[in-house]
Design a protein around this ligand. Structure first.
Ligand code: KG4
Ligand code: ZN
Length: 343
């Protein structure tokens, strides 16, 4: 049984992505076109460039997605009218970027006379955990950590989400990006810092762990970024050479300690026995190892998306859409985008 076949589109930030899921919830294709090279020279995502790159890429990405799904299904060709629905990320994200995906999805669904499904991007990151662990089951706690988000959410049930805490200033990924910039290392900072960190001593420098013992689930990361910047300036003024691996490892450890501590508080408060993660920063090896250790110690089951599904892609959107289709939850043609939306 391969129906319903759903094609999902993701364009909320700087990845243009499409994925097809079949009636059994099996992913049949997963295509991601990253724009990172066009944004790197500016040290961050430039919204207008993102929109323009989405509009250039989206037809090609969907063509490739349909072709690879056809191969996976063993048919010679898959056309829009062979699908049962089109799904799309409508929030949260860059408005101009979301509009490209939503307008395209509407056109495709309208032209093929099939229903339209709207998906929340953050719910997508939660569902990405199903790729490696299909049987995850609420109640759970999920940590969402990316360039734009840092939050702990109580998943009481599918569709029933309570945000327990989030950042009061920078997102975790933003902190990685800013520290990499301060070290002159390029963009995006996360992958560069984590590679350096693997060669450094995490105890070399005592960077602050803001709000670690605040008793609540708020995060603050701007002070940590400032502390790293001040440390770099002092070392340079003293004429000492920077030990980049030690700075990276010590910074990363400060982030990891707070993330793990608060996640454990959230598990305590909810009594949940399952923990999962999502977002670009959840690809960080130091963070993953620390979660493995902490969850094992507590007897809490840990699920993590494969590295390829931590950042943005459409497979996670397709998995949410699969559930929405079963619930018969479709949109009318007036669907709009939203910059901000809770999980
Ligand atoms: O989820 P994502 O691809 O896009 C959104 O922001 O929604 O996350 C991108 C963020 C960037 O800030 C990037 O530096 C960070 O995730 N990141 C990492 C790692 N890989 C990506 N941060 C820490 N360690 C990593 N290995
Ligand atoms: Zn994301």
């Amino acid at each position: 049984r391969s129906h319903p076949l759903i094609l999902a589109i993701e364009s909320s930030c700087d990845e243009t992505a499409a994925s097809v899921v079949d009636g059994n919830g099996v992913l049949r294709s997963d295509v991601v076109a990253s724009q990172i090279d066009f944004h790197a020279r500016f040290g961050g995502v430039v919204p207008e460039i993102a929109s323009r790159k989405h509009i250039e890429a989206i037809c090609g990405v969907c063509d490739e997605c349909l072709d690879s799904a056809a191969r996976s299904l063993g048919t010679s060709r898959l056309r829009w009218r062979d699908l049962d629905a089109v799904a799309v990320t409508y929030a949260p994200g860059l408005v101009g970027a979301l509009v490209v995906g939503v307008a395209f999805a509407k056109g495709a669904a309208w032209g093929a006379d099939i229903p339209l499904i709207a998906v929340n991007h953050l719910e997508g990151h939660l569902y990405a955990n199903k790729i490696a662990t299909p049987d995850i089951q609420p109640p759970m706690v999920v940590s969402l950590v990316s360039g734009g988000h840092t939050m702990l959410v109580h998943v009481k049930d599918w569709g029933e989400y309570v945000t327990m805490g989030s950042t009061i200033d920078d997102a975790v990924g933003e902190a990685f990006d800013k520290v990499a910039k301060a070290l002159g290392l390029g963009y995006p900072g996360g992958p560069i810092i984590s590679k350096l960190a693997a060669k450094g001593n995490p105890k070399a420098i005592g960077f602050p762990r803001a709000l670690m013992h605040s008793g609540d689930l708020r995060f603050s990361l701007s002070g940590l970024k400032t502390a790293v910047t001040i440390y770099i300036q002092k070392e340079q003024q003293a004429g000492r050479e920077l030990n980049m691996p030690d700075i990276a490892a010590s910074f990363q450890q400060a982030v990891v300690d707070v993330q793990v501590k608060k996640a454990m508080v959230a598990l305590d408060e909810t009594g949940a026995r399952e923990f999962c993660v999502g977002g670009g920063v959840s690809a960080n090896p130091g963070l993953r190892a620390a979660y493995e250790k902490a969850c094992k110690k507590r007897g809490v089951r840990l699920s993590m998306p494969p590295l390829s599904a931590c950042g943005d892609q459409a497979a996670m959107i397709a998995l949410v859409a699969h559930d929405r289709y079963k619930q018969g939850k479709f949109e009318d043609w007036s669907l709009d985008v939203k910059a901000h939306a809770p999980l």
